[in-house]
Ligand binder design. Structure first.
Ligand code: ADP
Ligand code: MG
Ligand code: MG
Length: 882
């Protein structure tokens, strides 16, 4: 079996598509050799060898060792040098490289093969003892750190001491004698403090380094990183053993990194940094200020430095030729590492460059224009979730910040302002022109005003689908929820975090994209939408089948969503209209009504409000469909809790406060989410839905008369049984017919139901006979399928994902096996009994890329999500179709 793959200009076993076996770095080294770029020859020990290493109790098997030895002598022949030879020693770098780039794995060891004898050989051969000793001390540092596990700060402090003693700032100013001295010190520190004799045998150095790279696959840092990024543990890592070239031999040598385009803007500008007489990571380690490779790369910090183009014009010209070739070959922006030895350029690594979203969009659009990739390829280049960065303000990455706590990344965007602890204060302070952050244990529908007035919402309790999270996402406001480290005292108006007390008015900043909360003000960068974004989204829209609608309750939200490309409303929650101050009293009068007559009286007061809301929404939609859900939440959400509210209601009803309190108690439910809500309200109080359908149809008729096309879809929530639905439908239809008659005008409308309870999905075949559409309410469907209260899940659900019991939070990404099974069943059974029935999704999942892909697969007609997620869903839907 082949465990080791060679690479050189003469012979190459691998290629760029063998990342699984050779790791990203190894596959690309092989590819570059085939392209005849100057790459120092070497070999890659495969990821399979890594897995074998774990199988055989962390031993490198004889078969693998033999192949390594055979490849080693092959490299010796190619280079004319010998590993461990005293006269003309061959040195290697040992570099790890997994399938996906993975910080936390073992660092690279350079100059392997040096020892007390070979260092002399190198000194003599090159006539450059300073270089020889510099390489040796670097080798001891790196080997000690990554293979021997010694904290290098113990060694590095000696380097700093030496520089101080010599009165120099840069290590290039140290002499050969200084560095030889340093090597002695290093070795004695290793011996005295750690009891380690630095290994002199090059073969021992090599085996131990290979073993250490394999071993690092399962170190804590790497495991954590894989868990966070859903990378399987059974991939293993490859090891690249590569002959060294030297950037630290003097002033005709250098090392550097470059990008084929500007990684922060995507502009077509060759960009990079380098250092003369340096090695390895010196450029990124910030040991000296790196120099710009050309004028385009100059920055404030290095604008007076000489460029590579100026100091080594030949090597620079070669680099330009190579980068162009690499970009054309890989058809993407590359991040390239290079070293120049005595004027000759060597390429040491290439990979697709990391970039900001703005840069990613620009590069994708430019590459299509340059004819390098197709529009379809471009669509697949951007991760939908990344679009978030474009649509919301974010923290300045360069800003200093003090992290005080971390919660759930509930709604993206950065927010910064003075903290307030009540919605009333949020509104007052906002009116006074202050920027506020609403900090609460949790929010309820009564906080809507305060949420609108704040730049962001921070809560101590609640999960990703808590009230704060859902409403903030809908508003496009940043929100961190479930930040359990926060202790909020609403009475005293204080926030305590890990013993430190903050007062109302103190500044606070948080990032809703990662859940991090910071003290004070951290500068933010505004969102910006570019022409490239528009072009790109047009391509995406051209390939997708799924329609994308929005969840919107107001004309403003509707307008925003349409600007983001929404093709209608997938969920309009009528009850959100009930909380405005001038309406809530009427709502309460309705709830407290003792009989139908009083209830109707209260409903009559609400009718004009609802009608005008719908009129506004229809106007914005201008012919796009509007799925309107009739009243859904348990009534207790609307009850008056404060003394003031109770007194107000008592006087409006002409009863005393005690009676109001009693009624409050009577409406109490043990399990309101499974209680008297949704269509169950209509079963007991049919007048409520009749008022709502009347408001919808009257508004629709008015719009129609005014020449605005309307397409209302009336949706009945929380159905479990077809008879429940038919009864309510018949009543609603009768009312609608009455309105048609009164107005002597008809409009088209549809009626359907939400599928949000397991029984409804199971019975979908029956229900489909009576409805025109389905909409999956996956928040409740997830809650009820799992038997998992979403308002309480924050306390234990995180442990489920951490321990891998649930691969992902089922409220974030649809549980395709369980909840998804019910959805699939409902769609296929529904179509059997009613071929015309169509289905959408209106849960929070409608804007999550993996869930969108699932919805595409099971044949939904549309997804619906909050306005700010519409572009994300559009892109996800396009990718699902490719
Ligand atoms: P990382 O995965 O952290 O990028 P690398 O394996 O690319 O680590 O090594 C880091 C740096 O070490 C490279 O950018 C290069 O400067 C230097 N390096 C690695 N191998 C060699 C080599 N064969 N000759 C000279 N320098 C090397
Ligand atoms: Mg590194
Ligand atoms: Mg590298």
């Amino acid at each position: 079996k082949q465990w080791v793959y060679k690479f050189s200009a003469e012979q190459t076993d691998g290629n760029k598509d063998m990342k699984a076996l050779l790791g990203g770095k190894g596959a690309n080294l092989a590819e570059m050799c085939s392209m005849k770029l100057s790459v120092p020859p070497g070999f890659t020990v495969s990821t399979e060898a890594c897995l074998d290493f774990y199988k055989t109790n962390k031993e490198i098997s004889k078969e693998i060792k033999d192949q390594v030895l055979e490849s080693l002598s092959w490299v010796e022949k190619l280079t004319g040098k010998k590993f461990g030879d005293v006269e003309n020693p061959l040195l290697f770098s040992v570099r790890s490289g997994a399938r996906a780039s993975m910080p936390g794995m073992m660092d690279t060891v350079l100059n392997l093969g040096l020892n007390d004898k070979t260092v002399q050989g190198i000194a003599k051969k090159t006539g450059n003892p300073r270089f020889a000793w510099d390489s040796y001390r670097r080798f001891i540092q790196m080997f000690s750190n990554v293979v021997l596990g010694v904290n290098t700060s113990h060694l590095e402090s000696n380097l700093e001491d030496l520089k101080e003693a010599r009165g120099v700032h840069e290590d290039t100013a140290l002499t050969a004698a200084d560095l030889e001295e340093l090597v002695k010190v290093y070795k004695s520190v290793l011996l005295e403090d750690h009891g380690i004799v630095f290994p002199q045998d090059p073969m021992e150095q090599l085996w131990r380094s290979i073993g250490a790279v394999f071993g690092s696959w399962n170190n804590n840092r790497a495991m954590k990183y894989r868990e966070m990024n859903n990378i399987p543990h059974d991939w293993g890592t490859a090891v690249n053993v590569q002959s060294m070239v030297f950037g630290n031999m003097g002033d005709t040598c250098a090392t550097g990194v470059c990008f084929t385009r500007d990684p922060s803007t995507g502009e077509k500008k060759f960009f990079g940094e380098f250092l003369v007489n340096a090695q390895g990571e010196d450029v990124v380690a910030g040991i000296r200020t790196p120099q710009p490779i050309n004028n385009d790369s100059k920055m404030e910090s290095n604008k007076h430095h000489k460029t590579l183009e100026e100091v080594m014009p030949k090597a620079y010209a070669d680099l330009v030729e190579d980068y162009k070739m690499l970009e054309r070959h890989y058809k993407d922006m590359q991040d390239i590492e290079f070293t120049i030895e005595n004027g000759k350029l060597w390429i040491l690594q290439t990979r697709n460059a990391k970039r900001t979203v703005n840069a990613a969009l620009k590069v994708a659009v430019d590459l299509v224009a340059e004819g390098m990739i197709t529009e379809k390829e471009a669509i697949l280049r951007i991760s939908p979730e990344d679009l978030n960065q474009l649509l919301h303000p974010r923290l300045d990455p360069k800003a200093k910040k003090t992290l005080i706590a971390t919660g759930l990344p509930a709604s993206p965007g950065a927010a910064s302002g003075q903290m307030v602890f009540t919605s009333a204060h949020a509104e007052e302070w906002h009116k006074a022109g202050k920027k506020v952050v609403l900090v609460r244990a949790e929010t309820s529908p009564e906080d809507i005003g305060g949420m609108v007035a704040s730049t962001g919402i921070l809560t101590a309790r609640g999960g990703m689908t808590s009230h704060a999270a859902v409403v903030a996402r809908g508003m496009g406001k940043p929100c961190v929820a479930g930040c359990t480290a926060l202790v909020i005292n609403e009475k005293e108006k204080t926030l305590t975090v890990k013993g430190k007390v903050y007062k109302e008015g103190d500044y606070i900043t948080f990032d809703g994209a990662n859940g991090e909360v910071y003290e004070g003000v951290v500068p933010t960068i505004e969102a910006s939408i570019t022409a490239d974004f528009a072009t790109f989204m047009k391509w995406a829209d051209g390939v997708r089948r799924l329609k994308v609608r929005t969840n919107a309750d107001t004309p403003e939200d509707t307008k925003t969503a349409i600007q983001f490309g929404a093709q209608g409303i997938g969920l309009c929650r009528t009850e959100h209209m009930f909380f405005a101050p001038e309406r809530i009293l009427a709502v309460r009068e309705m709830i407290f009504a003792e009989n139908e007559k009083d209830r109707k009286k209260a409903l009559d007061k609400l009718l004009p409000f609802q009608r005008s809301d719908f009129a506004g929404i229809f106007k914005e939609l201008n012919g796009l469909p509007a799925n309107i859900r009739l009243l859904d939440p348990p009534l207790h959400e609307f009850l008056p809790h404060s003394d003031k509210d109770q007194e107000e209601l008592a006087s409006a009803l002409g009863i005393n406060v005690k009676a109001v309190k009693e009624r409050n108690d009577a409406l109490h439910e043990f399990n309101p989410m499974l209680g008297h809500r949704g269509c169950r309200l209509a079963v007991t109080y049919p007048e409520i839905y009749l008022m709502q359908v009347r408001a919808i149809i009257e508004a629709a008729i008015d719009a129609d008369k005014a020449g605005i096309k309307v397409l209302p879809e009336i949706m009945i929530p929380l159905i479990t049984e077809v008879r429940e639905y038919s009864m309510i439908k018949d009543e609603c239809k009768a009312e609608i017919e009455r309105v048609f008659k009164e107005k002597n005008h008809t409009v088209k409308y549809k009626m359907g139901t939400m599928l949000e309870l397991p029984r409804a999905c199971i019975m979908a075949g029956e229900i489909a006979k009576e409805v025109e559409f389905f909409s999956f309410g996956t928040n409740d469907l997830t809650q009820t399928t799992f038997g998992l209260s979403r308002d309480d899940a924050g306390k234990f659900l995180p442990s489920y994902t951490q321990k891998g019991i649930y691969p992902r939070d089922p409220f974030v990404s649809i549980d395709q096996d369980g909840v998804g099974f019910l959805m699939k069943h409902a769609v296929s059974e529904g179509k059997k009994t009613n071929a015309a029935v169509y289905a959408g999704i209106c849960g929070e999942h409608g804007g999550e890329p993996q869930s969108v892909e699932f919805c595409h697969k099971i044949g939904l007609e549309y997804v619906s999500c909050s306005p700010f997620r519409v572009p994300i869903a559009r892109l996800a839907a396009a990718q699902a179709a490719l």
